[in-house]
Design a protein around this ligand. Structure first.
Ligand code: MF3
Ligand code: CO
Length: 260
């Protein structure tokens, strides 16, 4: 069942989502060669707790950490580790969740580590642009397939492939609620979008093929061909005419600008 949120609930969700964005902005200048993903995870967890929230990922289906730190060919659910050290030219997707006032926040951003190759930069730009094309479709009266198709068409035209095994989702009291929000699909298909639906749109886009393998840890999902993939995620509330984006990349991007 799709749980429609009231305006009051959407405001609480905005708070949870903004806390994710603020945490990502806090981490942004620290995403540098030589830093371990466990260090970034620890800082994120402290920041979330200091702001009166819980890290919703931690313990979710046994997931061990507050954040998912996915480097290069790792698409999602990379487990932070002291031995995983960022190096120049890497890309790092940080995906994390908060729980505050009974509602989850969820957002993800892929960061370049130092200087990255021009073709990798293009992958990041395309993936992020596809997210905003998906968001443009996230209005009352449209269908889930309109979002999915916008993301897929744009990314495939650029020569990339859309990950099939991992998809976006509804968000609320739970991290994963109905409806499912795939990044591939046909226009005019799927559930009709209604005022009060809150969904996470999260394109995961690969430079090579879309097949995934999961590591022995049961979580880390990497592309089978080991080519890079990127991931950006916003949480949006469905409204008439224009989606209401509850997370915020501008504070992350300002933090990145100030770093340089
Ligand atoms: N934000 C992730 C998602 O939407 C969830 C991470 S928690 C995990 O899939 F436990 F699943 F890793
Ligand atoms: Co999500």
């Amino acid at each position: 069942m799709i749980y429609l949120k009231t305006e009051e609930e959407i405001e609480l969700m905005r708070e949870s989502c903004l806390l994710v964005s603020k945490t990502l902005a806090m981490l942004a200048p620290l995403v540098q060669p030589g830093v371990s993903t466990a260090h970034l995870d620890k800082l994120a967890e402290e920041f979330i707790r200091d702001n009166g929230a819980l890290p919703a990922c931690k313990g979710y289906e046994g997931y061990p950490n507050a954040t998912c730190m996915s480097i290069n060919d790792v698409v999602v659910h990379g487990i932070p580790h002291h031995d995983i050290i960022l190096k120049e030219g890497d890309i790092l997707s940080i995906d994390m969740d908060t729980l505050k006032n009974g509602f989850c926040g969820d957002s993800a951003y892929t960061f370049p580590v130092g200087e990255i190759a021009p073709e990798v930069k293009k992958l990041l730009e395309t993936t992020k642009a596809s997210l905003f094309l998906g968001i443009e479709q996230a209005v009352t009266g449209n269908r889930i397939g309109d979002i999915s198709n916008a993301v897929q068409t744009y990314c495939e035209r650029a020569g990339y492939s859309v990950i099939r095994d991992m998809i976006g989702h509804g968000l609320g009291h739970d991290l994963h609620e109905e409806p499912e929000v795939p990044n591939y699909g046909k226009r005019g298909q799927g559930k009709v979008l209604k005022q009060g639906m809150v969904i996470c749109i999260e394109p995961m886009i690969a430079m090579g093929k879309f097949e995934l393998d999961i590591d022995k840890d049961g979580w880390t999902a990497h592309t089978r061909d080991r080519k890079f993939s990127a991931h950006y995620e916003h949480c949006v509330a469905i409204r008439k005419g224009k989606a209401d984006i509850l997370s915020d990349f501008s504070i992350i991007e300002n933090a990145l600008k100030n770093k340089n």
